[in-house]
Design a protein around this ligand. Structure first.
Ligand SMILES: *[C@@H]1O[C@H](CO)[C@@H](O)[C@H](O)[C@H]1NC(C)=O
Ligand SMILES: *[C@@H]1O[C@H](CO)[C@@H](O)[C@H](O)[C@H]1NC(C)=O
Length: 380
């Protein structure tokens, strides 16, 4: 009796201690669990600012569209020779790109020609504008943030993906943008979205002379150096680098980003959705295509401050020239480089050449390779 009473009390006491312990540990565990969840939620913002996140986003610049939504290239339907080359080059560099067909200006009806266009605008110039405008339209028909637009005679450095990854890191930490990036940009946009146009392949540059401090430079071992950027005189690449205050040793080692001012040639440029809409607005909707040459009109719009862009100098992409009339769709076929196709072509302002390396990769001496296997002694 005494024993059972004693044990009963003892058990009750033990049970309540146990109960308190359980309640206490549940409380402790849930406190830590919720604070864990809370900190991982809250620190999403911190994550977006972290070096790890930025490095990971910059890796998108190495993907098959170089961190843009897609790559398209503009080519006259008849220039299958150039289309062949662009597809080979895409294969070589691990890129995918879609064709935006060039436009024959004679099929643009007079009512569709922008109001300010010169009365005597050549069909080829009008067609060129229209093809670029069709690429701008194309971006707006998708849900992508950006589009990289190429012409069809390109070359680029063999390490193009390194160059673009570095550019992404710089643009994520831009010192020359007007407002800090939104969370959406930090999460999704390797190059930010605070621009209409991002020139990565223009061959004549000049920054705004009134804004010489708005320059960002960084080390890039893949720049072509002083010799590689010479030529073109005023307005050339070297001129732009010096105008921005770079010394000769810096020109050997650095790439630079500036707000776009004077540019030339739409060899390679990216657009954002707002950029696409703004370009269509300016050059088609209100018809302000005064020069007719779309690249010259874009330069004018930058200078007037009605279009917002950044220019990469030296450019990452450049024209590949074979040195004959095949270099232009606007000149009748005359002198060509007979027999060797593109082999004698050249490109300026890049270090190395994806085209040249591609040619090396494609050369094979198949039966010779078999011989070295069947008679291994011939190799030594
Ligand atoms: C997480 O990030 C937010 C926003 O930057 C900050 O206010 C908060 O203190 C951070 N929390 C922790 C637990 O680090
Ligand atoms: C490359 O990265 C960009 C940015 O994240 C993305 O929008 C695009 O879809 C990616 N392209 C490919 C082919 O994965």
């Amino acid at each position: 009796m005494w024993m059972s009473l004693h044990w009963g009390r003892y058990r009750a006491a033990r049970l309540s201690v146990l109960l308190i312990a359980i309640i206490f540990s549940v409380a402790v565990v849930s406190y830590f669990a919720t604070s864990l969840v809370r900190s991982s939620e809250v620190n999403h913002t911190v994550d977006l600012l972290s070096e790890n996140h930025q490095t990971a986003l910059a890796k998108h610049a190495r993907n098959a569209s170089l961190g843009f939504g897609e790559i398209v290239y503009i080519s006259m339907p008849g220039r299958t020779d150039r289309q062949d080359a662009m597809n080979m080059l895409a294969w070589f560099s691990g890129l995918t790109m879609k064709l935006v067909p060039g436009v024959d200006g004679t099929v643009v009806p007079p009512k569709a020609i922008p109001d300010s266009a010169p009365k005597d605008i050549p069909a080829s110039v009008l067609g060129c504008f229209r093809a670029h405008a069709n690429a701008w339209q194309y971006l707006l028909q998708t849900n992508m943030d950006t589009l990289l637009i190429f012409e069809d005679d390109l070359d680029w450095g063999p390490n193009i993906k390194d160059t673009m990854e570095r550019l992404s890191l710089q643009m994520q930490n831009s010192k020359i943008r007007l407002e800090p990036p939104s969370d959406y940009e930090r999460k999704n946009a390797p190059y930010g979205l605070d621009w209409d146009v991002l020139y990565v392949g223009s061959y004549k540059h000049g920054g705004n002379p009134d804004l010489k401090d708005f320059v960002q430079t960084w080390d890039d071992p893949d720049v072509p150096g002083l010799k590689g950027v010479s030529g073109m005189g005023k307005g050339g690449i070297l001129y732009a680098l010096r105008l921005a205050g770079l010394s000769d040793p810096e020109i050997e080692a650095k790439r630079m980003l500036t707000p776009s001012y004077t540019t030339e040639k739409n060899t390679a440029y990216a657009i954002t959705r707002r950029g696409a809409a703004r370009l269509l607005f300016l050059l088609s909707y209100i018809g302000d295509l005064k020069a007719g040459d779309v690249d010259q009109d874009m330069t004018r719009l930058f200078i007037e401050g009605r279009l917002k862009g950044y220019t990469l100098t030296p450019p990452a992409f450049t024209q590949f020239k074979v040195g004959g009339t095949k270099d232009s769709d606007n000149i009748k076929l005359g002198k060509t480089v007979n027999g060797k196709g593109n082999l004698k072509g050249k490109s300026l302002y890049i270090k190395g050449s994806a085209r040249r390396l591609m040619v090396q990769r494609l050369k094979v001496n198949n039966w010779n390779d078999y011989k070295t296997i069947t008679n291994p002694e011939t190799t030594s």
